[in-house]
Design a protein around this ligand. Structure first.
Ligand SMILES: *Cc1c(COP(=O)(O)O)cnc(C)c1O
Length: 390
């Protein structure tokens, strides 16, 4: 069975983890800062804060952007639920800006209309769907006019580049960028996430709320009289200055992720090669086309999505997935629009809120794309699609 995605672990990765397990600190040790420095350096950001998951990264970023009661977070309907849930964790509410049908990313036009309806927006969370960076210049301009922060959900896009050549994560068009290191993403930490930023105040706040809201760096004490005795600092003293979380990542995970970083460019190069082979093969198919045909040379290519005209082939998507599976080919749908999840329907969202997202969803199917997919396996995938979809 060829899965739609899979991580790649080599002997160096194993050695890096074994090294931690044989006598190094398991958590709160030096691997965390080393991994943060490696990602900050790679993407070209001043600061990076590693956390326990991409979801934790989004939650902390939303909190740092002051999403809270009465405040709104605007995201894309075509994303993993975590992008929207970040607002709810903060006690805020969510609005969705529909996608552009060609890029499947947040449409700046739709965002403009959503911001007019929601002047209480604190954060805009564009999602670089499938690793293809959003139109960040337009989104940034709209955010400036509305006074909202921009948080890039780059869970799919480590290693991708913006249209102007800047690395995703450099925050040249945003306040913060969030990454995930779940094994199906660009690099694996087991579970893990990161926030990059160039803003020292956001950085300081993120460090605090990652670990219970306890003072970090040289945060001034709020009760200085408790911090000293006879003019001497009290060595045990710390302050919980606001309600934070325990979202720390371990040294075990960071050792693995740091080792994986060395292979990131090779991982992406292979994904790009595989995508170009798919693109060429599917040009000859009639009822199926690549879902995000543009920007292949700068996309992180987290998933390869097809748009299939299921009505034209006379088969349901479920039937196509089962027939592919019977030929040893895994597939998946990215994503069910968040707006139609039961939890969001209960808040009043309906399918017609985001028509472009719905029409994309009706046709979407992701097929295998990962570093270890061999040329032979890829040929099997293409042959299976020719049989099943025609
Ligand atoms: C994976 C993912 C997340 C959440 O990351 P986790 O590390 O699984 O918590 C958020 N947004 C998107 C778009 C994702 O794909």
């Amino acid at each position: 069975m060829i899965p739609y995605g899979r991580h790649h672990i080599d002997a160096d990765d194993i050695a890096a983890v074994v090294d931690i397990l044989t006598g190094k600190p398991l958590t709160q040790g030096p691997m965390i800062e080393a991994f943060e420095a490696a990602v900050a350096d790679y993407v070209g950001a001043r600061y990076a804060v590693a956390v326990s998951s991409g979801t934790a990264a989004l939650h902390l970023a939303a909190m740092a952007a002051d999403v809270g009661p009465g405040r709104c977070l605007v995201t894309s309907p075509i994303t993993f639920v975590a992008s929207a849930n970040a607002a709810l964790y903060c006690g805020g509410h969510v609005a969705f800006a529909d996608v552009d049908p060609r890029s499947v990313n947040m449409s700046p036009e739709a965002l403009g209309a959503t911001l007019l309806r929601h002047p209480e927006t604190s954060a805009i969370v564009p999602v670089h769907f499938g690793g293809l960076p959003c139109d960040m210049e337009s989104i940034r301009d709209l955010a400036r006019t509305s006074g909202a922060r921009v948080i890039e959900d780059a869970a799919h896009a480590l290693g991708a580049r913006h249209a102007d050549g800047a690395q995703v994560g450099s925050c040249t068009h945003s306040d913060m960028t969030c990454f995930s290191f779940h094994p199906v993403k660009a690099i694996a930490a087991g579970e893990g996430g990161m926030i990059t930023t160039n803003d020292p105040a956001l950085y300081r706040r993120l460090l605090r709320i990652r670990s219970h809201g306890i003072n970090k760096l040289d945060d001034p004490f709020q009760l200085p009289e408790a911090a000293t005795e006879d003019g001497q600092p009290n060595p045990w003293y710390y302050e919980m200055q606001e309600l934070g979380y325990h979202y720390r990542i371990t040294d075990i995970q960071c050792a693995l992720a740091l080792s994986q970083m060395k292979k990131l460019d090779a991982f992406i190069a292979r994904r790009r090669t595989l995508a170009s082979v798919y693109d060429a093969a599917f040009a000859g198919f009639s009822n199926l086309r690549p879902g995000q045909p543009d920007g292949r040379d700068r996309s992180g290519l987290h998933v390869y999505v097809l748009r299939i005209d299921f009505a034209a082939i006379g088969k349901s998507r479920g039937q196509v997935m089962r027939e592919l599976r019977a030929r040893g080919v895994g597939s998946q749908v990215h994503y069910i629009p968040v707006t139609i999840q039961p939890h969001y329907r209960k808040m009043g969202f309906v399918a017609s809120d985001c028509p472009a997202a719905m029409s994309y969803y009706e046709q979407a199917l992701s097929i295998p794309l990962f570093f270890d997919l061999t040329d032979e396996q890829q040929a099997e995938v293409i042959a299976a699609l020719r049989d099943v979809v025609g």
